[in-house]
Design a protein around this ligand. Structure first.
Ligand code: UD1
Length: 427
């Protein structure tokens, strides 16, 4: 397996292009199932999960073509066309490798009146149930059975109807599935306490470009008036606010000065506020956001929350940054029950972190020392990269496939701003 090797201590300086957002791409791709016309997505990041989602679409009868992008370019253009669906089944083998596969449930049900999707099961960061996805679909008339590890959903008469569902807790994935199911319903669907993440705004904007009627985009109440059919569209995937925030943490820990090209400040205000709390200079530029730091990071107190709160997807990276801070930082993880898996690995590099239930106290140390490390999920892996960039000596990050799921050509982007980082290929 590949490894990423970092010799720490280089200050990051320069411009980092921010790719299209993974979490937006993975909810925009299934929109192709909603129409027999082509959906063209621009600025799709080159990521293992995007390729995986393309394969899943192919299994359902949706063709995918990638146009004229050169290997050296960031981002790609993909056209997906589901002229007719040849299957409505998302099998276990695909879903267990890529949780986002669950997002075909809503669109398949909307378009074909039925869908059979494997239950994703737990994952490294927690239990991650899908009960809210199913309850929202039931509120729109779906009949759902669970058998042999699969969800089988049917729309009586071949079409979902109107209805109203109030989410008891904010769920990004369930909101996405419910919106994609509702756009072709035979009535008006209302979602209350819906997630408001920028990726959901991106999804809604793409669906509107395809002819959907959605009111309240960006608010916690979405009103979707079903239409008889959607048409094709060309849509540009938003910039990845989590990738941008991750590189911002890398800039702070190395006392660097980077411009995150393409990042949008209004989509990542909680992250920018946390960077300022840490003492970083953060300013909007013509083409993105500049983040600069001198001296040790100030301690931060951060609690994860649904958007517009501080994102759970940024917790591990800020924690890595705080390991060299000038005092004690306090983290509270409210979204997932098991999202401190990076802590024992960071400890191997010499940091001082105490976890108690959902909180973690990080006491800044004078230096970190490079070590062989590995992580169990994407953002945890990124936290090890961030720590490695500032550690003394060499850090070897293993299980690079996690990073390949979510960071487009990480080592190239970091090399270009002065990091001493390379990928060692196993084969
Ligand atoms: C979550 C994060 C998202 C992040 C992604 C990957 C939030 C609100 N969501 O999205 O920002 O990009 O992980 O790290 O921060 N839940 C249920 N039943 C369900 C669905 C969810 O109980 O059917 C619970 C989850 O266990 C969790 C909370 O609701 O505690 C939010 O989960 P949800 O937003 O659905 O998770 P993801 O869509 O994976």
């Amino acid at each position: 397996m590949d490894q990423i090797v970092i010799r720490g201590g280089q200050r990051l300086k320069g411009r980092i292009p921010i790719s299209g957002a993974k979490n937006a791409a993975l909810t925009l791709l299934p929109c192709a199932l909603l129409t027999d016309e082509p959906l063209t997505l621009r600025n799709l990041p080159r990521l293992a999960d995007v390729d995986g989602f393309g394969h899943l679409l192919n299994q359902l009868g949706c063709s995918t073509t990638i146009e004229g992008s050169r290997p050296e370019d960031f981002g790609r253009v993909m056209t997906a066309r589901a002229t007719t669906l040849t299957s409505t089944v998302a099998p276990y083998d695909i879903v267990r490798k890529m949780r986002a596969s669950i997002l075909v449930l809503g669109p398949l049900l909307a378009r074909a009146g039925e869908a059979t999707v494997s239950l994703p099961g737990g994952c490294a960061i927690g239990n991650r149930p899908i009960d809210l996805h199913l309850k929202a679909l039931e509120a729109f008339g779906a009949e759902i059975e669970l058998a042999s590890g699969y969800v089988k959903a049917v729309a009586p008469g071949g079409r979902l109807k109107g209805g109203k569902y109030t989410f008891p807790v904010v769920s990004v994935g369930a909101t996405e599935n419910a919106v994609m199911a509702a756009v072709l319903a035979g009535g008006t669907c209302v979602l209350e306490n819906a997630a408001r993440e920028p990726e959901i705004v991106d999804l809604c904007n793409c669906l509107v470009a395809m002819g959907a009627h959605i009111d309240g985009i960006g608010t916690e109440t979405l009103t979707i008036e079903g239409v008889d059919r959607l048409h094709g569209a060309t849509y540009r995937v938003m910039a990845d606010r989590i990738e941008a925030g991750s590189y911002a943490c890398a800039a702070v820990i190395t006392e660097g000065d980077v411009e995150l090209v393409g990042a949008k400040a209004d989509e990542m205000e909680a992250t920018l506020a946390a960077l300022r709390e840490a003492g970083a200079t953060v300013e909007e530029t013509k083409s993105g956001i500049r983040v600069a730091m001198s001296g040790r990071a100030q301690p931060v107190t951060l609690s994860t929350a649904p958007y517009p709160g501080f994102a759970t997807d940024m917790q591990a990276q800020f924690m890595a940054m705080a390991t060299l801070g000038a005092g004690a930082s306090l983290f509270t993880e409210t979204i997932f029950e098991n999202r401190y898996m990076h802590v024992p690995e960071l400890a191997r590099m010499g940091c001082d972190i105490q976890v108690k239930g959902r909180t973690a106290i990080v006491r800044g140390v004078d230096h970190l020392v490079g070590a062989p490390v590995m992580a169990t999920d994407l953002r945890a892996s990124m936290s090890l990269i961030i720590a490695g960039l500032a550690a003394q000596g060499t850090t070897e990050v293993n299980r690079v496939y996690h990073l390949d799921r979510g960071y487009e050509r990480l080592e190239e982007k970091l090399q270009a701003v002065g990091a001493d980082i390379e990928r060692i290929s196993a084969g």
